[in-house]
Design a binder for this molecule. Structure first.
Ligand SMILES: Nc1ncnc2c1ncn2[C@@H]1O[C@H](COP(=O)(O)OP(=O)(O)OP(=O)(O)O)[C@@H](O)[C@H]1O
Ligand SMILES: [Mg+2]
Length: 266
């Protein structure tokens, strides 16, 4: 297992107010091939900003980023835009909380799932369709041929999130970043999506950065966890070590806040 992503001393600073504001301080981590790492922490702790920086989705203008994000020997913070675009969606994909805002309501599902393939691979219409239907099948959607022709509003929230995962996975990325990807879903569907991510991870060896408020989901999915507060990493380690023996007061509070009935699961 090799390191596929290395973040060194990432700092993210906004300049859209009169006083610059740093929202992420000295964030460092390594992601190994096929590993699933959770990032937890209260609202505003800098999880999304960190994720967007890795995905290359933070504007290069009014946000200053210091440090390095090394992927395939390139620093994503300073590499050419053409290189970044080559990685985006192909090697590094991201899924978000609300699939309805990421999906285009007037485009058929199939067309949207094919998007990254159209950008990164030179395929015929028939090949695109075959890959899209395979991707929809891979996320365990029933009747993928039918869903290929449907519109987002014809699907449930859980199905739409599966569609988003299919789009994100279609180029077999090395890294999938899931930012609160299950938060808007009900508990049963959340658990199903987590199971799906686990299966995709073991089948395709995609590393996953799983950002969530839900510490019990993180425990089910992630082998390592990073705890953030106010832009700082306060604690990190193997998930079971952190959950059974948290060192920092803040981590203890987060774990104490997990509802009791969820604490003793396998
Ligand atoms: N345009 C902006 N200008 C200044 N500060 C911003 C801007 N956008 C976000 N922030 C700040 O960045 C900090 C980190 O936000 P971020 O979205 O990364 O938090 P988060 O951990 O993802 O929270 P949540 O759990 O609510 O999603 C917050 O304090 C937020 O107020
Ligand atoms: Mg967030």
């Amino acid at each position: 297992m090799g390191t596929i992503l290395e973040i060194k001393d990432l700092n993210i600073e906004f300049h859209d107010h009169s006083v610059p504001e740093t929202v992420v301080f000295d964030f460092s981590m390594q992601l190994q091939e096929g590993e699933i790492v959770g990032i937890v922490g209260e609202s505003g702790s800098g999880k999304t900003m960190t994720a967007l920086a890795i995905a290359g989705l933070l504007s290069r203008h009014d946000i200053t980023k210091k440090g390095q994000i090394i992927f395939k020997e390139q620093d994503l913070l300073i590499c050419k835009r053409s290189i970044l675009r080559e990685f985006q969606g192909k090697d590094i994909s991201m899924i978000f909380q609300e699939p309805m805002t990421s999906l285009n309501p007037v485009r058929k599902i199939g067309w949207q799932v094919e998007e990254s393939l159209r950008l990164h691979e030179n395929l015929t219409k028939e090949e695109l369709k075959k890959r899209a239907i395979d991707a929809l099948r891979e996320v365990e959607l029933p009747e993928p041929e039918k869903i290929y022709r449907q519109y987002p509003h014809q699907l449930s929230g859980g199905m739409r999130q599966r569609v988003m995962i299919a789009s994100a996975m279609i180029c077999n990325p090395k890294i999938l970043i899931a930012d609160e990807a299950t938060t808007a879903l009900d508990v049963t569907i959340q658990a199903q999506i987590v199971q799906l991510l686990k299966r995709l991870n073991s089948k395709k060896n995609t590393a996953i950065l799983f950002i969530s408020h839900d510490l019990s989901l993180v425990r089910k999915l992630c082998t390592k966890v990073i705890v953030m507060q106010n832009g700082h990493i306060v604690e990190r380690g193997n998930t079971e070590d952190i959950y059974q023996n948290p060192q920092e007061v803040y981590t203890k509070q987060l774990i104490a806040a997990i509802p009791k009935c969820e604490k003793n699961f396998e």
